[in-house]
Design a protein around this ligand. Sequence first.
Ligand code: SIN
Length: 287
Amino acid sequence: MAKLKIQKLADALGAEVSGVDISKPLSKEDLGEILAAWKEHLVLRFRGQELTDPQLLEISRNFGEIDPPGPNSYGKPFIADFPDINVISNIKVGEQPVGGLGDGEAVWHADMTYIDTPPKASFLHALEIPPTGGDTAWGNMYLAYQALPAHLKQEIKGRKAIHDATYNSAGMIRKGMKDVTDPREAPGAHQPLVSKHPESGLPCLFLGRRRNSYILGMDLDASNQLLDELWAHIDNPEFTFTQVWQLHDLILWDNRCTLHRRDSFDPQSRRLMHRTQIKGSPVIPFE
Ligand code: SIN
């Protein structure tokens, strides 16, 4: 029987897990090794995993309780039989999109940090992929925090920012939300700019997404300037791993200490991903 193997994918973060059929119940030893690798590498890739939706849900439950997807732009779950599965796709049946985020760029973000208790983890499973484009990158926010210049660490110490709930990472407005023109009035959770990871206890830069973010207690221009500096800092290949998808790749990431983004792809091609997420806990400020 193949032995479980962990191989680094990039210096910053990411590892490949091989020698395991994740569609079958995991042994205690294999699950232990996977959890340890996840803690070390933050993003794990399992290649060649052809999974049904119930299997994807079952695998996800190894990591905690399933967290249902946030509201999408269309107001109802994409898969009626499996409302806990989110669909990321540009495919339409007639005029009806089968999933969210379309074919454009999805900007840097962490999932659902606009609520007080964002998910701790997400799984993304590739069911159809375009011939090129649609790559997804993850950034290590432990590293990003460590590498911040001392003056920026000082400026963000103890501060919180609004994580806007209005728009998704493709810039679409969420169902029931109104357009926001002044970030100070954006609806959404107030999260510390530096969080303490609940398991490692280490500090991470915790930014959510740039659009409509606002650092509480600051003048709006000063807040925008500081946020622009922080976002320019994180957009650095030294902190990232980029995934070029293969069919039936399954990726798991830690949503508490990473950000992710996705490249655009040819609208004439098809991309279909099924996603689950795992319930987290309130974000802890690093003091
Ligand atoms: C996401 O932001 O959750 C989706 C990323 C992707 O489509 O690769």
